[in-house]
Design a binder for this molecule. Structure first.
Ligand SMILES: C[S@@+](CC[C@H](N)C(=O)[O-])C[C@H]1O[C@@H](n2cnc3c(N)ncnc32)[C@H](O)[C@@H]1O
Length: 279
């Protein structure tokens, strides 16, 4: 049981027993970290013996994961899109479904991008890394979050093209953008008790919920969008799977145009797109 494959099985079984959502994936991420290799390398190492001291590092991590600590907090990072992002308890752990928004954003040209509620900075930093002539602004109401985003921007080599002010949505944001993106807190207050422990107890509450009906952020974003978009500029927001109709209505009432709902890889409504009228 001291081979790579044996440890993966032991770790995944332990996580499965306490009903962790993705036991095999989590065990792979943790073992890769314990061995200092990329998760994709583990398959080729499956019969390798693991040194006893690495085994105990791994089993300690499995124990913390079993207690509800997110993998990203144990290893300190999350791979998102094409980059690695530092993750601390001050920021939301970037989710794979948010890559849907990144992909849609990259579907049209932009030179100035604004990311509202940037957290780790995973959205705007990924966009700037893909578009070397673009500049961006990423805001967050949390000063601790923009510090983490700043660290991630430096590591990705985009810090000279990204400003990271603290702002309550548009309150301290000037200028106009040809792309505005946001993955705001969209969980309603009454849904918070139903979340997994790792989310409810380990992620910043203000990153998850508006403490109301889950739509407050979309109201603020809709209200300020036309004053911050260039003519023909695009707005892309991530939504919860049941929020499409409500967010489309808010955007229509704010006189945004060409409003569309896009699904994620699981086929759930995930992103609402809209445009400012062309000039
Ligand atoms: C769901 S998290 C998204 C983080 C990151 N963009 C991502 O996709 O992983 C929402 C973010 O919005 C920020 N936020 C909450 N209320 C805000 C407000 N009033 N103004 C600006 N940002 C806010 C939170 O601090 C958090 O970082």
């Amino acid at each position: 049981l001291s081979s790579v494959s044996g440890l993966l099985k032991r770790g995944a079984d332990a996580l499965r027993a306490v009903k962790v959502a993705a036991p095999a994936t989590d065990a792979r991420r943790l073992l890769a970290h314990a061995l200092g290799v990329e998760p994709a390398r583990l398959a080729a190492m499956s019969t390798d013996e693991v040194a006893p001291e690495r085994q105990s590092v791994f089993m300690d991590m499995i124990e913390r994961r079993s207690a509800g600590v997110p993998v990203s907090h144990i290893v300190g990072y999350r791979d998102f899109w094409k980059l690695r992002f530092r993750v601390t308890p001050d920021v939301l752990d970037p989710r794979p479904e948010t890559e849907t928004l990144v992909e849609l954003a990259l579907g049209a040209p932009f030179s100035r991008v604004l990311d509202l509620g940037t957290g780790t900075g995973c959205i705007v930093i990924s966009l700037l890394a893909e578009r070397e002539d673009a500049r961006g602004v990423g805001t967050d109401i949390s000063p601790a979050a923009v510090l983490v985003a700043g660290e991630n921007a430096a590591r990705a080599g985009v810090a000279d093209r990204l400003l990271l002010p603290v702002s309550d949505w548009f309150a301290d944001v000037g200028g106009r953008y040809d792309l505005i993106v946001s993955n705001p807190p969209y969980i309603a207050a009454y849904e918070m008790d139903g979340l997994q422990v790792e989310v409810r107890e380990h992620e910043p509450r203000a990153a998850l919920t508006d403490e109301a009906d889950g739509l407050s952020a979309y109201r603020s974003i809709a209200a300020g969008a036309l004053d911050h978009l260039r003519p023909g500029g695009r707005l892309l927001v991530e939504i919860g799977a049941t929020q499409g109709v409500a967010v489309v209505a808010l955007f229509a009432a704010a006189r945004l145009q060409e409003i569309e709902v896009h699904t994620d890889l699981e086929g759930r409504d995930r992103v609402v797109e809209a445009r400012a009228a062309p000039g």
